[in-house]
Design a protein around this ligand. Structure first.
Ligand code: TRH
Length: 397
């Protein structure tokens, strides 16, 4: 499945491009490489930077980027050099230190590379790209330097966020236009449905739901509510961690790409995992998006549709304040009843209480208005890649 790439903007191609190395260790799932790859593509296509991505898990990467060869130590895709990084000592085929070094999610750079950074005639700008959090403290820590204990180097913390004073979140320049073009074209929509599900678009009275989530005990109750819903529900479920629950519900062996099932008023299609730019079209084609982790959570906000977030669970429930911080931003101007409904639904989807679909659906018009307004509000924080390149310009003068 493919769609109009949101980042098909002409490269800026400056005369003396900035060289940037991004180091990414894949901890789990797809978000670590998902964020790094999106950032890399933006820095290359929108700012004309020469980007290398060092990543330790090419198999996770290949899910988002099927053109990637998993057996190559070094390859170039979309003008970006990709190095298969073997932690901890390996630092690429040749030890060249870039102008800007991005250590994603505190992954720890190879010691040999850090030593070379210290020896470089002009010290590189070293950024630690942190995980996204909507909490207030983020603005205080964004762009704080941290001197290296041994070398004459300093690392600057770059914090994504949803509020002013943070690094913002990633958004390609062409994204809104690509979404508007998709939404304005019944032919593009019909084509997408045919290619993705093998079916024509559903009738206008159906509610289309995309479901990208971790294993979730609340899904059984939700599937029952959708089955018994007064109007049709069409579920689009990329195959993954929640597919087993869907298979059980429909009494099937598995619910993998290409499978379809119907019970009551619920029809479900299992989708193949797409390349990264194709995921946006799924969000645009749906009325409500269930998303998870970090990158799909951001994409759902740009899709400007009501969404439900399955936050990445952390030890000691450290994720729960982050969930509430995001809710505080997102629901800020919602009427109290709709706000309460959304909060209860998000909490239920994250382990507290039972999801109430009828209540959520009742508030859909208000949630839709807020989703559109929030996308505009969030854009005012500025796109993360743009905020990062602006900061770099002030430092590399
Ligand atoms: O995969 P994730 O659960 O990743 C998580 C989170 O990033 C979390 O914050 C992090 O701590 C943890 O990993 C280690 O969810 P996320 O962040 O939404 O990443 C999924 C990526 O997959 C995203 O870039 C969208 C992409 N994607 C596709 O390319 N095709 C698809 O079909 C789908 C469903 C997703």
């Amino acid at each position: 499945m493919s769609s109009t790439p949101p980042d098909s903007v002409s490269p800026a191609a400056p005369a003396d491009p900035i060289a940037c190395d991004i180091f990414c260790a894949v901890i789990d799932n797809f978000g670590d490489i998902g964020v790094c790859w999106r950032l890399a593509r933006q820095l290359a296509s929108e700012s004309g930077w020469q980007v290398r991505v060092f990543v330790d898990d090419l198999h996770a990467f290949r899910k988002l980027c099927p053109a990637l060869a998993t057996d190559r130590a070094r390859q170039t895709l979309d003008g970006i050099v990709i190095e298969h990084w073997h932690e901890p000592a390996h630092a690429g085929e040749t030890l060249e230190v870039a102008d800007v070094v991005i250590e994603a999610f505190a992954c720890e750079l190879p010691p040999v590379y850090v030593a070379a950074m210290a020896e470089r005639a002009r010290a590189p700008l070293w950024l630690n790209l942190e995980y996204l959090s909507a909490e207030d403290w983020v603005a205080d820590f964004h762009l704080r330097p941290s001197p290296h204990p041994r070398y004459a180097l300093s690392k600057t913390f770059f914090f994504p966020g949803l509020g002013p004073g943070t690094g913002g979140v990633l958004k390609e320049r062409g994204l809104d236009a690509a979404r508007a073009a998709f939404e304005a074209s019944p032919a593009a929509r019909a084509d997408w449905w045919q290619r993705t599900t093998g079916h024509a678009p559903p009738p206008a009275d159906a509610t289309v739901v995309s479901l990208f989530a971790y294993e979730n005990p609340a899904v059984d109750s939700l599937l029952e509510q959708w089955r018994d819903s007064a109007s049709p529900i069409v579920l689009l479920a990329p195959e993954g961690r929640i597919s087993g629950a869907l298979a059980r519900f429909f009494g099937m062996q598995s619910f993998t790409a290409g499978a379809h099932a119907t019970r009551g008023n619920l029809t479900a299609h299992a989708l193949a995992f797409t390349e990264q730019p194709g995921y946006d079209a799924l969000l645009w084609a749906s009325d409500i998006n269930f998303v998870r982790g970090e990158d799909s959570f951001v994409r759902a906000q740009w899709a400007a549709k009501p969404f439900v977030w399955h936050i990445y669970p952390q030890a000691d429930d450290a994720h729960l304040p982050k969930l509430d911080a995001a809710l505080a931003h997102y629901t800020r101007t919602l009427p109290a009843a709709a706000r309460g409904a959304l909060e209860r639904f998000w909490h239920a989807w994250n382990g507290t209480g039972q999801p109430d679909w009828a209540e959520f659906q009742h508030h859909y018009p208000a949630l839709q208005r807020r989703a559109a307004a929030w996308a505009i509000e969030l854009a005012q924080v500025g796109d993360l890649a743009g905020n990062l390149t602006s900061f770099v310009k002030t430092q590399l003068k």
